[in-house]
Structure formats: C-alpha cells, structure tokens
Design a protein around this ligand. Structure first.
Ligand code: NBP
Length: 478
C-alpha cells in the first residue's frame, strides 16, 4: 500500500493527527523514533482507518506516494532539525516536509531556505487545539510555497476544524515562516486572553465577594453573549469543579504559580524587535513570571495596602456587569495589538498575510476560538485596508460604549489593591492611541538635550537641534 501522507513523531499530537487523517479516509504512514509508539498506535487505533506502520525512516519514506508528503510532529528545536536532516536525505525534489510542531518562525525561515536549495518544499504549519484538536479538527496555519499548499490543501481542509458556516479552519497563510509566526501570535493572544479572564475572576471574588461557584455562574452567563468563547467556557468548568480530596473549590487548591512553555515570550521578544506595542501580551507574560517568583512574593508579603473589603451585595451585581464591559474592551484592545503585530510581521518579511483570513481560521479548532473571531474576519472583509481593529466602526462603537465602565473597574481595582495589569495596560493603550498629544514630545526634547538626538517640529518639515549648552538657539539638522 502506498500512503497519502506520513506522520513521524507519535506522541499525543502526532498520534491524534495521524488518527484524524485515517478517520477521514486517508492512508497514513506512521513512524516514531521509538518504534513501540508506532506499534501501540496501530494496535490501539488500527481499526479507525488505514495505517502503514514503518519501523525505519527508509520504510516510512518508501511507503509514501509521490510527491511524498510527510508531517513531522516532534519536539521543537534540535529534535526537529535532527528529524528534518534524517528525512531530507531520503527524499526527492518536489517532496513536501511539513513541520507541525511549535517551531520558532525564524527557525522555519532558515529550514525552508535550506530545503528549497535542495528542491524540497518545507511547510511550517502552526497547529492549535491541543490533543483534542489534533484528533477532532485543529486550526492549521501553514506557511510555505503556494505550490506545496495546493498539494496539501484537500487533506488539510478535510482534517481541519470547520467554522460554523462549514469553512475549514486552514488557509495558505504566506511564504516560509508566516504560518509559525501567526501561530506564535495566536499563542500570545491566548496568554493575554487568559490573563484578562484571570483578572475578571480575581475582581469577582475579591471585590464583588462572589464564591467560585457564583463566578462560574457569571462566566457561564457571559458565555451566552459577546464573550462566547472556548476559554470562557472552560473557565466556568474549572471554577465549578470541586477537589475530590478536600471538598474545596478546585481553584483554591491549585498553587498560584503559572508556568509557560515559551510561545508568549517569543511573541513579546519578536514584538520588541519589530517595534510593535503588544502591552496586553507582555503584561500577561510578566504576570505569569511574577506569579512564579515565590522569592519576590514572600519578600514583599508584608507591604501595606487597602484592607480587604467586598462590595455590598446590591453593588456587587452591578460591578459584575461592569467587569464584563472591562473584559470585553480589554479583549478588543489585546486582539487589536495581536493583529497589528501580524501586519508588522507581514510587512517586515513580505508575507502578504490576509488579516481577515487569520480571523476566519481561528473561528474553530484553536484555543482562542470564539464567536468574536468572526467579527474580526468581517471587519477586514468589509475594509481590507483597515489599519487596525480599533478603526473598525463596530469595534470602535463597542469599545466606546464600554469605556466608562472599563475605567470604573480599573479605578475600583486600584482602590481595592487588586492587580489588574491586563485591564489597565489595555486601557492605557486605548487612551494613548486616542490622545491628540502625548508626552513623547517631552521625551524627544530630553533626548535632544542630553544626546543631540534632534527633533521634528509640529509646524514645519525637517529635523532640528537646540544648542542647549550654548545660547539655546535652534539649528537645522540633516
Ligand atoms: P513532544 O513535544 O513531547 O515530543 C515528543 C516526540 O518527539 C516523540 O515522538 C519523540 O520520540 C520525538 N523526538 C524527540 Br523528543 N527527540 C527526537 C529526536 N531527536 N529524533 C526523533 N524524534 C524525537 O510531543 P507532542 O506534545 O505531541 O508535541 C509535538 C509537537 O507539537 C511539538 O513541537 C509541540 O510543541 C507541538 N504542539 C503541541 C501541542 C500540545 O498540546 N501538546 C499543541 C500544539 C503544538 P520518542 O517517542 O522516540 O521519544
């Protein structure tokens, strides 16, 4: 038998992706460094479809129809390079290697260029949705040549998640690293979203005085409205769960130290390099990092702050409604920042990414899937040259309607001593963007003072420098 596609790397993601292809009627060659995993897959799930188990790399490659298409699902970094090198040596020009792992987009650019020289297609495909998504339909973000995408398209469309209107959640994102770049920003947005949800939860508990069960109820209600999303849904699930051992709310027995695998950090590092402000994502990464600093936290536990005091029950209900507004407005701001980053990356690397298409393929399958993504898709569909999401009439109106409550929530949080870095960074970004004048004029003047860095004037063209150490007259700078 010849296989339509191959999957090498059969840990949770690879195994489930291979099963997904098989369940969709494709014959799938499967391979793993440790052959026991390959045998287990065929033993446990062989009846789900057609698999060709390969013990060696040579057998695996020989099992594939031409042009060969093989997906690598191994640990990102050095293992991915090792596996690429191993298989590239066995392939022929025109064959397609797909890396479905969480590679850094710069690695994908490097690998794509190297393989292109050898006549091989390399597709760096971001895959989101965790192990369940891999099995039932992930959001797939492939980057690489258009030709390679076309040869994969029917298969990717059949295994990808489907949006409510039936559209598969995959598209040709752009050349070389575009797919992994977009996947990285997806994860950054996911960090921001989770941080904002965490802040809403914190406020509902410590300011509104709600129990975890009541907060769960509140999230469940929000999930029927404009915040309808997978992350809000699982938040309600987690908050209504009780620890079997202690009978306490589960959320109260989990250590309050959030870990990270690195894609949020990559997003912020890349944003710094591109010079694009993504404060919501950055605050989320820093908030996780702060939570993990037991040393700093215990050294600061004695510092004074407002006494804990929950609102009266009648005020609490109204406050919860305001928190919904603050969460929604902050979410719009964070997503706008994420999309600004996608367009900066696309400009920097000449990828030509269609921002609306990214919204479309995140509507289902991925972790940030939400009704909201369809609004983003339609904002760009209505106006392909939309400079930023906040310029869209619909989002501008919604954020404008929310801003009063948003300010009230941030102010209340500050008064109660509840940290809301996500809400307040989003609000600061909103206010900075709409300000007619920013104190950056002073910053630039200071730079001219101490370093002769020059400045531009509001009233005429050109660059200027003031002779601060002399008679303070102005000279034209070139
Ligand atoms: P892991 O990231 O845990 O990787 C385990 C796999 O890598 C095994 O098949 C292992 O083979 C193989 N491998 C390693 Br490690 N070093 C190797 C080497 N030098 N040569 C050959 N194979 C090697 O698996 P995963 O959690 O299924 O994730 C796979 C990819 O998908 C990763 O890049 C991950 O970041 C990405 N991803 C994961 C998720 C998720 O929810 N887990 C979501 C989205 C994307 P062995 O069996 O012989 O040890």
């Amino acid at each position: 038998t010849t296989a339509h596609i191959g999957v090498t790397g059969l840990a949770v993601m690879g195994r489930n992706l291979a099963r997904n292809f098989a369940r969709n009627g494709y014959t799938v060659a499967v391979h793993n460094r440790t052959a026991a995993r390959t045998r287990d897959l065929v033993r446990d799930f062989g009846d789900e479809g057609s698999f060709v188990a390969a013990e060696t790399a040579e057998e695996f490659v020989a099992a594939l129809e031409r042009p060969r298409r093989l997906i690598i699902m191994v640990k990102a970094g050095a293992p991915t390079d090792a596996v690429i090198d191993e298989f590239a040596a066995l392939l022929d020009p025109g064959d397609v290697i797909i890396d479905g792992g969480n590679a850094h987009y710069a690695d994908t650019r490097r690998r794509e260029a190297a393989l292109r020289e050898r006549g091989l297609h390399f597709v760096g495909a971001g895959i989101s949705g965790g192990e369940e998504g891999a099995l039932h339909g992930p959001s797939i973000m492939p980057g690489g040549s258009a030709e390679a995408y076309e040869s994969l398209r029917p298969m990717l469309e059949s295994v990808a998640a489907k949006a409510e209107d039936g559209t598969p959640c995959t598209t040709h994102v752009g050349p070389d690293g575009a797919g992994h770049f977009v996947k990285m920003v997806h994860n950054g947005i996911e960090y921001a979203d989770m941080q904002l949800i965490g802040e809403a939860y914190h406020l509902l508990r410590d300011v509104a005085g709600f129990s975890p069960a009541r907060v769960a109820e509140t999230f469940r209600e929000w999930n029927t409205g404009r915040l309808d999303s997978y992350l809000i849904e699982i938040t309600a699930e987690v908050l209504s769960h009780t620890d079997a051992e202690t009978g306490k709310p589960f959320v109260d027995i989990v250590a309050d130290q959030a870990e990270q695998k690195g894609t949020g950090r990559w997003t912020v590092q890349t944003a710094l390099d591109l010079g694009v402000p993504v404060s919501g994502i950055a605050e989320a990464v820093f908030a996780r990092s702060l939570s993990g600093h037991a040393d700093l936290r215990s050294a600061s536990g004695h510092l004074p702050g407002p006494a804990a005091a929950a609102l009266a029950p009648d005020e609490a209900e109204r406050f919860a409604e305001k928190v919904e507004q603050a969460l929604y407005a902050s979410k719009i701001t964070s997503y706008a920042q994420g999309w600004n980053m996608i367009s900066s990356g696309s400009d920097e690397f000449g990828w030509g990414i269609d921002p609306g298409a990214v919204g479309a393929i995140w509507r289902a399958g991925c972790i940030i899937r939400a009704a909201f993504l369809d609004r983003i898709r339609s904002a760009f569909a209505a106006r392909p040259d939309l400079p930023t999401l906040l310029a869209d009439d619909h989002f501008a109106k919604e954020i404008g309607d929310a801003q009063g409550d948003w300010r009230a929530v941030v102010a209340t949080a500050v008064e109660h001593g509840v940290p809301v870095p996500g809400f307040s960074a989003a609000l600061a970004s909103y206010d900075a963007l709409r300000s007619e004048r920013l104190p950056a004029s002073l910053t630039q003047a200071q730079r001219d003072f101490f370093g002769a860095h020059t400045y531009r004037r509001t009233d005429r063209e050109g660059s200027f420098h003031t002779l601060w150490g002399g008679d303070r007259s102005e000279v034209a700078a070139d």
